[in-house]
Design a protein around this ligand. Structure first.
Ligand SMILES: O=C(O)CCC(=O)c1ccccc1C(=O)O
Ligand SMILES: [Mg+2]
Length: 369
């Protein structure tokens, strides 16, 4: 692969609806769209997923810029890449900053797939032609508002409902949801809001037949999750705690989780995502693709990785219209009957809308490497 140009564009988009979790409220997305070009004249695209405040992990769009500009692109310009798997080795000396790494690595995977005239899904070893879609619902102002939202989403066809919980918005809310919707595929995401001191409180979760409780404890823990899982019937799913295949191996070995939420940005890219997928196959751990309120480029990457066989649970991969008045790709991601069709066009399978992206770009920089 002969990459000769990289364009970073900082893009700001307003979410259709603010999204509240136990760590804060997202009103808009501020991210870096990465375009890598090669001498073939083709472009590959990636998207950084850091949220505005460093409350999910340590990254923000500012740290993304700094890492890409001062540490990652300089390394790329000195390296030769024959396959996208080479990128994580080139970035390895740089600690952490997985969102920044994944955005560049994802663009290179997209370019690689396009240069080989295959879909990104196929390049990754994907097997599914359609993926099941779940939806993540933020913390609402009232129980009534949440129940109405769930009713509307079920009518739209979503296969799974995920509700955000935190102390004070948890047991009573889940009890009300389960009373109203006794048979739906229901899960909860705590975003690290609890500790082992809450173990008796959390045991009540077993009353609701949840498919999983996502990340109940600290973002950097697997030990206490193993202790909690030993006390809960409800499967624990890890999100924030899993940054690599090594983290996944340790968590599985300790019994810290029975499900893994895979986020390409959290683990540094698609190559590591595939490693985690293959490890989970080996240990019979089901997976699903989490979301970070991505715009269309990031969403396209999520759809591609979700086409791999072990993504057996619906992910947070709602269509473009769930998040944006107008997305930055053509066509927008659409859902029919709770399913999204995996594109078979080369690369991510959606065309970045350059005019729309430029309209939303607040700063850009081009690198000739
Ligand atoms: O993209 C989506 O629809 C879900 C997004 C989501 O739940 C989320 C958004 C911001 C930070 C953390 C999380 C999470 O899954 O934990
Ligand atoms: Mg989560």
């Amino acid at each position: 692969m002969e990459i000769n140009r990289i364009i970073l564009r900082q893009v700001k988009m307003e979410l259709l609806h603010p999204f509240t979790t136990s760590v804060g409220t997202e009103v808009d997305k501020d991210f870096i769209a990465v375009e890598v070009q090669s001498k073939s004249g083709l472009s590959g695209w990636g998207e950084s997923v850091s949220i505005v405040e460093p409350m999910y992990n340590e990254e923000t769009v500012q740290t993304n810029w700094h890492m890409m500009n001062d540490h990652l692109i300089p390394r790329l310009s000195k390296a030769s890449i024959s396959h996208p798997d080479d990128v994580m080795d080139i970035f390895k000396p740089v600690r952490g900053n997985f969102n920044a790494k994944a955005a560049i690595e994802g663009a290179i995977w997209d370019l690689y797939a396009k240069e080989n005239n295959v879909s990104l899904s196929k390049a990754l070893g994907g097997v599914k032609k359609q993926i099941e879609v779940g939806v993540s619902i933020g913390i609402k102002e009232s129980e009534r508002q949440l129940l109405k939202q769930i009713e509307d989403y079920l009518k739209e066809g979503y296969k799974r409902i995920k509700v955000k919980i935190m102390p004070g918005w948890d047991i009573d809310i889940l009890r009300a949801v389960r009373k109203e919707f006794p048979a739906i595929q229901l899960m909860a995401d705590a975003n690290c809001a609890y500790s082992l001191n809450d173990i008796d409180h959390m045991k009540q979760l077993d009353e609701f037949g949840l498919t999983m409780i996502e990340q109940p404890l600290a973002h950097d823990d697997i030990i206490d999750h193993a202790k909690l899982q030993a006390e809960l019937e409800t499967p624990i799913c890890l999100d924030e705690s899993i940054h690599s295949a090594e983290d996944a191996r340790k968590a599985i070995e300790l019994g810290s989780c029975k499900v893994i939420n895979l986020k390409i940005g959290r683990v540094g890219g698609l190559t590591e995502s595939k490693k985690i997928h293959d490890l989970c196959v080996q240990h019979h751990i089901p997976m699903w693709c989490g979301g970070m309120l991505e715009a269309g480029i990031g969403r396209a990457h999520n759809i591609a990785i979700t086409s791999l066989a072990n993504f057996t649970l619906p992910g947070d991969t709602a269509p473009s219209s769930h998040y944006w008045k107008q997305d930055i790709i053509d066509p927008a991601v659409e859902m029919k009957g709770g399913l999204i069709t995996v594109p078979d066009a080369p690369g991510i399978g959606y065309t970045p809308n350059i005019a729309r992206i430029e309209d939303l770009t607040i700063f850009s920089k081009t690198y000739h490497i």
